[in-house]
Design a protein. Structure first.
Length: 233
């Protein structure tokens, strides 16, 4: 059993004229062979894109890509014909499969968009590319951890092509207490606010990597928290 705390300031950082991005794992030009993944989670990027900026059309293959917007709106377009806007509380999944091209642009010319993008390896390669989204705002209003993306058929969740992974999100009121699921690998990320995981304090951008740790208790701080929890093999 291990609990590995990773503070926000320890993340890799990419700064461009239109992008402020923090990477929890090795990504792009940033590489550390000792920090490439946690379980099946390969990417946990915390991106702020300025108004009018974004990622022009580019390609992916054999990856399950989940995007979660924290503030603002993100315009998504891909080669499956999908063309829409992702907003806070809209869970979105793009399966790259045998090959997909897409762009992600700030939907506003003046206001920043803040979002998380997470990549999980699929359990089957070379599938047909696909896209799915679902508004889960009503479920999140309950103040608990809600499964929003799953390879295990959770009700109300978007489906990912990885049977050994699911993502839960919680918008937690001050001092709200939730149980972190038990899995071989669990990644707890505090996107907004503060929280304590089994007594260990976490602030915005901090993460905890749990390995065979059993269930844990997460308690939101005095101002509440928005947290994302991956449970994987």
């Amino acid at each position: 059993m291990t609990i590995d705390l990773r503070l926000a300031a320890s993340r890799f950082h990419t700064q461009l004229s239109w992008l402020d991005s923090h990477h929890s794992f090795s990504f792009g030009a940033h590489h550390d062979p000792a920090n490439t993944h946690h379980g099946l989670l390969l990417v946990n990027n915390d991106d702020i894109v300025s108004g009018g900026g974004g990622f022009a059309t580019h390609g992916h293959r054999d990856m399950e890509i989940v995007t979660w917007v924290l503030q603002g709106e993100l315009a998504h377009r891909d080669s499956t014909g999908t063309d829409g806007v992702i907003y806070p509380g809209l869970a979105q999944r793009m399966s790259a499969g045998g090959g997909i091209r897409h762009s992600e642009m700030n939907a506003s010319a003046t206001t920043d968009v803040h979002f998380l993008q997470m990549w999980v390896v699929p359990d089957t390669n070379d599938i047909a590319p696909s896209y799915e989204q679902r508004d889960v705002n009503d479920a999140l209003d309950g103040g608990s951890l809600v499964v929003v993306a799953s390879g295990q058929g959770h009700d109300g969740a978007i489906a990912i092509h990885q049977r050994d992974a699911f993502l839960s999100v919680g918008r937690l009121d001050a001092r709200a207490e939730v149980t972190v699921p038990d899995a071989p690998h669990v990644h707890v990320f505090v996107a907004i606010g503060t929280a304590a995981l089994d007594g260990a304090d976490l602030a915005t951008g901090d993460a905890a990597r749990l390995t065979d740790a059993g269930t844990s208790t997460l308690i939101a701080g005095v101002d509440g928290a928005e947290v994302l929890v991956w449970a994987t093999a």
